[in-house]
Design a protein around this ligand. Structure first.
Ligand code: SDX
Length: 385
């Protein structure tokens, strides 16, 4: 029988919604051809040089750069919102030792939502207030997970430290030097928003049914965990560990190409040029790895980059944001499994901003599928099967 295809609606069929426009937004734009990224009109290179993660989060949530008093007020709100209920810490204590840190992060946010009696208040004001709370608390939860994995107690937030310095303090139990805090802050700026990526889209799909902000963000964490998405930064580190030294890179990459292996940290659904975030992170990687006696990591990564671009550059496959980030975190002594939670500590601002933007003029996401199955199957009683 001719293959049945039931085309419905007017939209073209695009597997993985590749190239499909799902909404309008003023949050940010990714120019895949030119390798440009802007947040609310500001180029990522400008924000990475001049802004902070707190200021960039304000920009993403409210659509403009804050005045000094607006920034001070926003930072104060983040400080006030850092602490998490003991029920969240208790839940993390149960799971954090053995679960993947992204599963622990997902659990922590889920418990947080279960403890918030206002979670189901669908007002934009409440979505915004929960968004700000989650920007503050994502760092606290990730910090607690890090400590539990080390067999240590969580560190209480220090109200005197800025957001990123406090995040590092809650992870390590010691206050970071200014340069380390600045590099991590730039990395959080770079990871904050990126158009309709899988995790942001997941958050928006959940929010579009008028569920709630915690459920939406839990969905975002769940999606970011995947190795094709945020989980790639962890996989890049495993790849470099497997290669072991710069003189082994060529043979490893030749074999990966010959066996059509997916190279973690390379390629992108939108960028067919060099990911601008990888440009900035690559420069920091060179400095930080050298300063921390891990120049070998950068040398391997750079060698790999050159080799892969030589092989795949013509097909638009270049390093993406996940390629160099892990070399920096590793040089800082951060456990590889914590790399993707760090991504979430940043992307919470983009998730929250885009959820709030979308639900303001909400429309339930509900695509269709091309049906290629039977159309007139006849029910067969069990005795005749
Ligand atoms: C992030 O979307 C976002 O904005 C995400 C993100 C954000 O900020 O939110 O930028 C963060 O997730 C970055 C991407 C992290 N993931 C990885 O590094 C995993 C490795 N990359 C690939 O799996 C892949 O590049 C994707 C998943 C990222 C994008 O893949 P697509 O758009 O689905 O492209 P594809 O898999 O269809 O590949 C097209 C061709 C294929 O070859 P053919 O089958 O046509 O011969 O390119 C090849 C692929 O095999 N290809 C790769 C490759 N990426 C694409 N081949 C080897 N290694 C790769 N990394």
């Amino acid at each position: 029988m001719a293959e049945q295809k039931q085309f419905v609606g007017q939209a073209e069929f695009a597997k993985g919604l590749e190239g499909v426009i799902a909404c309008e937004s003023t949050m940010g734009y990714v120019d895949g051809k030119e390798g440009k990224l802007i947040y609310r009109g500001y180029d990522i290179f400008e924000l990475a040089e001049h802004s902070t993660f707190e200021e960039t989060s304000y920009l993403l949530l409210f659509g403009k750069l804050p005045s000094q008093s607006e920034l001070d007020d926003f930072k104060q709100k983040l400080v006030q919102q850092r602490a998490v209920p003991k029920e969240v810490i208790n839940a993390l204590k149960i799971v954090a030792k053995t679960a993947h840190p992204m599963a622990s992060l997902r659990t922590g946010v889920s418990v947080l939502g279960a403890m918030d009696k206002n979670a189901e208040d669908e007002s934009i004001e409440n979505y915004t207030s929960i968004g700000i709370s989650l920007i503050a608390k994502m760092a606290t939860i990730a910090g607690a997970i890090t400590r539990f994995r080390k067999g240590k107690k969580p560190v209480d937030p220090d109200p005197k430290l800025d957001h990123t310095a406090n995040f590092l303090y809650m992870m390590n139990g010691q206050k970071p030097d200014d340069y380390t805090a600045r590099v991590m802050d730039v990395s959080l700026i770079l990871h904050a928003d990126h158009g309709m990526n899988a995790s942001t889209f997941s958050s928006m799909v959940v929010a579009s049914s008028m569920s709630d902000m915690y459920s939406a963000i839990t969905a975002g964490i769940a999606s970011l965990k995947g190795s094709l998405h945020g989980g790639a930064n962890e996989q890049v580190m495993h790849m470099l560990d497997e290669i072991g030294s710069v003189d082994k890179v060529d043979a490893w990459v030749d074999d990966a190409i010959a066996t059509k292996k997916k190279l973690m940290g390379f390629g992108h659904r939108v960028y067919k040029a060099y990911d601008p975030r990888a440009t900035i992170l690559g420069e920091y990687s060179q400095k930080i790895t050298e300063a921390h006696g891990r120049k070998d990591l950068y040398d391997m990564a750079k060698r790999m980059e050159d080799k892969v671009i030589a092989a795949y550059g013509e097909r638009g496959i270049f390093p993406n944001v996940d390629f160099y980030s892990g070399t920096i975190y590793s040089a800082f002594g951060i456990e590889t499994a914590l790399f993707t939670p760090i991504f979430a500590v940043s992307r919470i601002s983009g998730w929250a901003g885009r959820v709030i933007e979308y639900v303001t003029e909400n429309r339930l996401f509900r695509p269709r599928a091309v049906y290629t199955g039977e159309m007139e199957a006849k029910y067969v009683p069990m005795a005749q099967r």
